[in-house]
Design a protein around this ligand. Structure first.
Ligand code: F6R
Length: 598
């Protein structure tokens, strides 16, 4: 979603700011812009399109000055156009603002301001902030921002500057914002990856906090104008981790990082006992609700199988966006598990708040350390999968399943039940098995070559591998724009079987697990109707091979862990198909890496 950068220091603010803004491109955007403060006042350059193209057209990096705010916009209110791009100015051109989030009462504020003589140049909700701050400005930007924010309902991560003040005022409510403390320079960013080149020292703003950032330091207040002491934290990621390292795309790099990211998720957590620090008395938990979105929702569906079978606690899975609005029955004795790679997904965050309000305990399974969700939950398990830059989630998904497995085993242990040593050993073997699949990339590429021109795909799986079918289909549709559906294989005959003909590739996840015999029958049904079958099958399985047109072999593993292995060929298949279509795999159209609006 939208990205924010602010820079104040000795360097050229436009050059530093644009380099940092480019690090946010992965979040997804449709327009970009910059405001630089110099002796002539505030100068703005912005347009729709990608940063490089806008820069070629408008020479943004030639702008002179030591203070700048920059933005990438993912349109919500008003289409992606030059005038809707940020930064926005007040009437006098003295205050510039960049904003992420949604100002819910913007139309009533706008109406009022228009009556008072303000004229607006965009259709955005964000522009009202510039005018509202102008209305309250009496020579002190911080005071004006504090007053303006009293009037505002909604979410914001914002950075503002005034032509007469050598500072940036930043504020946050529901949209992430951090301050990076560099050497004689300070940065503001909506995402830690953007500031890593300059500093690893960061201050995370909380909701309803306002910061004044100057070249030599910063101060933070709450909306009641009281000063707040903030802790300076160390960002654990390195610059190297956010580089492509010779891979054509981040997505491909992240698929290939999985043996390592999986090891990092389980490292130090499997000893004689499961060692995770979960600050919840699991014996008191009678029911678990897992909530999340997209790929993280698919890992939740797998988590349900793992937890129910391992710990015997009933688990419900709900889309966060549905959970929060349907008056959910949840309260004391319930545990809400929220799964999120980014830790910033607005719907998941709102679901957590709702569950807390109703008395449930909350646990996060999160990748980004220090993210909003990580700070909102009562307790949590970090994935330690490293930064995921490609918009399509890959390594976070497999790490989420491993983290859920650790949690299920931990729960069993806390309930006084024995843990089978086989699963502990197999967890340790999984990274090696992932590597064996990655070594088969050329076979998967050959299959992609056969099918990259197809217009539809069906993915079928059963039991714990049904969510893998959903995930395979999601990966394909989001990066290749090919229509794909995931279905429980047995449900096919209740409708989707009508779609099967010789033009329909059907991907089966048919490894040798519980429902193997049944899924072999489902494959026969597709074959009898002329469908083209691609099967993910267990190494050495001749039967599946004899029915399928194309086979991807995966090493044998325990059923509970099979999704971790089985999804990898599907990630690669989607990647190669999208790449063969010449698409921008890391930045698929309309998508954003972290969805911070509802
Ligand atoms: C798909 C994908 C999305 C995310 C979803 C939730 O590849 O990346 O579906 O999984 O937006 O994001 P997080 O996990 O950050 O809450």
């Amino acid at each position: 979603m939208c990205g924010i950068i602010g820079y104040i220091g000795r360097g050229n603010a436009a050059a530093v700011g644009l380099a940092a803004l480019k690090k946010l491109e992965y979040r997804g955007y449709d327009s970009a812009g910059i405001a630089v403060l110099n002796t002539r006042g505030i100068e703005i350059r912005k347009d729709k399109g990608k940063i490089d193209a806008i820069n070629r057209k408008l020479n943004m990096n030639s702008m002179q000055g030591n203070i700048a705010i920059l933005h990438t916009r993912w349109a919500t209110h008003g289409p992606p156009t030059k005038r809707n791009a940020h930064p926005h100015l007040d009437c006098r051109g003295e205050i510039a603002i960049v904003h992420n989030g949604i100002i819910e009462n913007y139309s009533s504020i706008k109406e009022l301001l228009e009556k008072e003589g303000h004229t607006f140049s965009s259709e955005t909700d964000s522009e009202v902030l510039a005018h509202l701050i102008e209305k309250f400005y009496r020579g002190n930007l911080e005071e004006a921002v504090l007053k303006a924010l009293q009037e505002v309902e909604g979410t914001y991560g914002m950075a503002v500057m005034h032509k007469n003040e050598n500072k940036i005022v930043a504020a946050r409510n529901g949209s992430p914002l951090i301050i990076g403390i560099g050497n004689n320079e300070m940065l503001i960013a909506s995402d830690a990856t953007a500031i890593l080149e300059h500093t690893k020292k960061a201050v995370y703003l909380n909701d309803k906090e306002v910061a004044v950032v100057k070249q030599g330091g910063f101060s933070v207040k709450n909306l009641s104008n009281e000063s707040i002491d903030k802790e300076v934290k160390e960002i654990t990621w390195s610059l190297e981790q956010i580089e492509k390292k010779g891979f054509k795309h981040f997505m491909l790099k992240e698929i290939f990082e999985q043996p390592e990211s999986m090891k990092n998720t389980i490292r130090g957590r499997i000893k004689d006992r499961i060692k995770i620090t979960v600050d919840i008395d699991m014996e008191k938990i009678k029911r678990i609700v897992i909530t999340s979105c997209g790929t993280s929702w698919h890992s939740a569906l797998i988590g349900k199988h793992i937890i129910e079978r391992t710990a015997g606690i009933p688990v419900e899975v709900d889309y966060a966006s549905e959970f929060r609005y349907r008056d959910p029955i949840i309260g004391e004795g319930d545990l809400l598990i929220a799964i999120s790679q980014s830790g910033e997904t607005a719907d998941t965050l709102a679901a957590i708040k709702e569950a807390k309000k109703r008395g449930a305990r909350t646990l996060g399974i999160i990748n980004v350390v220090g993210s909003t969700i990580a700070r909102e939950v009562d307790t949590g398990i970090y994935l330690h999968a490293g930064p995921e830059i490609g918009v399509a989630s890959t390594k976070a998904f497999t790490s989420q399943i491993l983290a859920l497995t650790l949690f299920a085993l931990y729960t069993r242990q806390e309930m006084g039940m024995q843990i089978n040593k086989n699963i502990l050993n197999e967890l340790k073997n999984i990274p090696e098995k992932a590597k064996m699949i990655l070594d088969k990339k050329d076979e998967i590429k050959t299959i992609a070559k056969e099918f990259f021109k197809s217009s539809n795909f069906l993915y079928l799986g059963r039991g714990i591998n049904f969510p893998v079918a959903l995930e395979g289909a999601l990966k394909l549709k989001e990066i290749s724009y090919i229509h794909a559906e995931g279905y429980p294989a047995a449900e096919m005959k209740h409708g989707p079987i009508a779609l099967i003909d010789e033009n329909m590739p059907v991907v089966f996840i048919a490894t040798k697990n519980g429902a193997y015999e049944k899924i072999i029958s489902n494959m026969q049904e597709v074959k009898a109707r002329g469908g083209k079958i691609i099967v993910v099958a267990t190494e050495g399985d001749e039967r599946a091979c004899s029915i399928a047109d194309y086979v991807i072999h995966v090493p044998e593993t325990m059923e509970l862990l099979s999704p971790v292995v089985n999804v990898i060929p599907l990630q690669l298949l989607a990647y190669y198909i999208a790449d063969m279509k010449g698409l921008d795999v890391d930045k698929p159209r309309n998508l954003a890496k972290s969805v911070t609006v509802e």
